[in-house]
Design a protein around this ligand. Structure first.
Ligand code: BG6
Length: 465
């Protein structure tokens, strides 16, 4: 990949230390990047060494040589996003490090900040020519900006941010990230559905009874109270990760496996997606966490029933469930097939087939079928056919942030999100937020609020996990 400067705004935050710096380390270790500079910017007093040390515990395959190289590439700028002088200092540091490491001026800026800073940062970065429209054409190297999710806090603010961005940058410079799209199984959903005759004809309302998308988290909000309390599960997980998964599962097969066709198909299906029912929860003890007000109404759990108003999916419920501090960490998608006609006569007790896409913690997919119990004709038993990603490809495939950073450096926007997809997703969340709803309390380490049972009963369904 071309040598470049990676600039992280919000370099001492949780995302930077857990994911971004380890991803840059892996890009060096795996020889995707051979020369770069890493410039971190944050409000905290500190040094490049402090910034890297904070990320050190999140690097699993530590190699002293690679770490030393990363240290030699790293710089740190302390500053406040509201201080105009900071942008001049950042511009000065960039010129210096690019000279020192003989870099051609290719710049990847990562805005690992709260979305309320996006518009101001964008304008200032452009004003101080840290990133300029058309830089590549002017022979100054490519310059791109990655915007972390959530993109805005509702449809209106997302629109404002997007306008601020588009007034100074070309769309080809803008990378709206959703790290779930960089996970292995997620990036193969389209291939699995559309390149396999065994699945392609099944993927529609005639054969599919319901779909579940589940992101259960064992983690709580950790040190992120300030951010989390303004967003909650609906805006932190559903608006982006879960609706992107829904879009990939439910979109029409794209005319070509190309970036614009896939984004068109995703935007189209999101525009037809509507809310049928909602259950929100908050874990017991949430209001005692750091930075959380004692009367907080933020949702840390959400269960939804959605419908898709098109010929492929009319009448097929899509259930989404996510929560913090639950009994397990798992991300999965389940497609429940309809029972075969006269199932009770042919195979009493047999269960409807299902297809499970497993995203976390293990990656793979499962096909649940029925067969006979050996020696007992007419008695069926469920069996599972399983494909495990790690058994076939091993552990060493790139992790999502590593892959997404590499794509952005290569200039491949296919797994980044276009603004119309974001706008449709916000319409769905805004419609939920426009009504007052109760937050049901649930115990930490459990399965969610007890009201989830009534939700399942009302909709005559059962959660897979
Ligand atoms: C992030 C959310 O986008 O995704 C976090 O802000 C959440 O709250 C995380 O914990 C889950 O991602 P993963 O890859 O750990 O499943």
């Amino acid at each position: 990949m071309e040598p470049c400067t990676i600039i992280i705004l919000g370099a001492t935050g949780d995302l930077s230390k857990r994911k971004l710096i380890p991803a840059v380390y892996r890009l060096l270790k795996d020889n995707y990047l051979d020369r770069c500079a890493l410039v971190g910017l944050s409000l905290a007093d500190g040094t490049a060494e402090n910034m890297l040390e904070a990320a050190r515990p999140f690097i699993t395959d530590f190699d002293q040589g690679v770490w030393d190289r990363l240290r030699s590439y790293a710089s740190y700028v302390q500053g406040d996003f509201h201080d105009i002088g900071m942008y001049a200092r950042l511009a000065g540091t960039l010129t210096e490090v690019e000279k020192q490491h003989d870099l051609p001026g290719n710049r990847l800026l990562y805005l690992a900040t709260m979305p309320e800073h996006f518009a101001t940062l964008t304008k200032q970065l452009a004003l101080h020519r840290i990133i300029s429209r058309g830089s590549e054409a002017a022979g100054k190297g490519w310059q791109r900006v990655v915007y972390e999710k959530p993109f805005g806090h509702d449809g209106r603010s997302a629109e404002d941010i997007n306008q601020a961005i588009r007034s100074v940058f070309d769309e080809s410079q803008v990378y709206r990230i959703d790290h779930y799209l960089g996970k292995e199984v997620v990036s193969t959903i389209t291939t699995l559905r559309c390149a396999n005759m065994i699945f392609m004809p099944l993927w529609q309302r005639e054969y599919i009874e319901s779909v579940q998308i589940i992101l259960n988290e064992k983690r709580g909000i950790e040190q992120r109270g300030r951010y989390y309390n303004s967003y909650g599960a609906l805006k932190d997980m559903v608006q982006n990760h879960m609706l992107q998964l829904l879009a990939l599962v439910a979109m029409e097969p794209p005319a070509k496996f190309e970036d614009q066709h896939i984004r068109d198909a995703k935007a189209q299906v999101l525009s037809k997606t509507n809310v049928v029912d909602v259950l929100l929860g908050q874990y017991d003890g949430y209001r005692d966490e750091a930075f959380i007000p004692k009367d907080s109404q933020t949702d840390t759990f959400a269960a939804l029933k959605l419908s898709i108003d098109n010929d492929r999916w009319r009448g097929v419920p899509f259930y989404l469930k996510t929560g913090k501090n639950l009994y397990e960490y798992s991300a999965s998608i389940h497609l429940k097939l309809k029972p075969v006609a006269h199932m009770a006569d042919i195979a009493p007790g047999a269960q409807a087939n299902s297809i499970t896409l497993q995203i976390e913690p293990e990656e793979g997919f499962l096909l649940n079928l029925n067969t006979d119990v050996p020696g007992q004709p007419m008695q069926t038993t469920p069996i599972t056919m399983q494909w495990s990603h790690k058994c076939v490809f091993g552990h060493n495939t790139p992790k999502s942030y590593e892959r997404l950073l590499a794509d952005a450096i290569r200039g491949d926007q296919s797994v980044f999100v276009r603004f119309d997809e974001i706008a449709h997703s916000w319409r769905i969340i805004d419609s939920i937020k426009s009504e007052e709803r109760e937050r049901h309390t649930y115990a930490q380490g459990g399965r969610g609020p007890k009201e989830l049972e009534a939700f399942a009963e009302t909709h005559d369904m059962e959660w897979y996990r």
